[in-house]
Design a protein around this ligand. Structure first.
Ligand code: 5GP
Ligand code: ZN
Length: 122
């Protein structure tokens, strides 16, 4: 399968790995949007959040647990951090293998869209 993140799992493409076990891999984002920015991905290829099935319940739950573990190890768990799943075009997804962004090390902004993209409410 021609998937960038599957290639990172198979170690065909290098990445700075911060956590790995049988179910998931976590590595630093190549274009960090915060002082710390990693991606937690399942080793099973799942294209989008819309493709998660009942059999993926455990691995997706585990991804969230691992995000918390990484935040703890990085030392910003108590200060706070941001976790994000982007889904499809409007969600801003660019790599079609689900990934949980873990961003920390400074206060995050909200809301996650630009004024110019706001639609008028009728
Ligand atoms: P998305 O936009 O799909 O939610 O997030 C994809 C993320 O993958 C982006 O933050 C992007 O910087 C990151 N990314 C894209 N290509 C690579 C790569 O080859 N290596 C790593 N480590 N991150 C990547
Ligand atoms: Zn994949």
């Amino acid at each position: 399968m021609d998937c960038l993140f599957c290639k990172i799992i198979d170690k065909q493409i290098p990445a700075e790995i911060v956590y790995e076990d049988d179910l998931v891999l976590a590595f630093k984002d190549i274009s960090p949007q915060a002082p710390f920015h990693a991606l937690v991905i399942p080793k099973k290829h799942i294209a989008t959040l819309n493709d998660i099935t009942e059999e993926d319940r455990a691995v997706v739950g585990h991804m969230v647990m691992v995000a918390g573990k990484i935040a703890n190890e990085q030392g910003f768990a108590e200060a706070g951090y941001r976790t994000v799943f982007n889904c499809n075009q409007d969600g801003g997804q660019t790599v079609y293998h689900i990934h949980l962004h873990v961003l920390g090390g400074k206060a995050m902004g909200w809301p996650p869209y630009q004024e110019t993209l706001k639609q008028p409410i009728n």
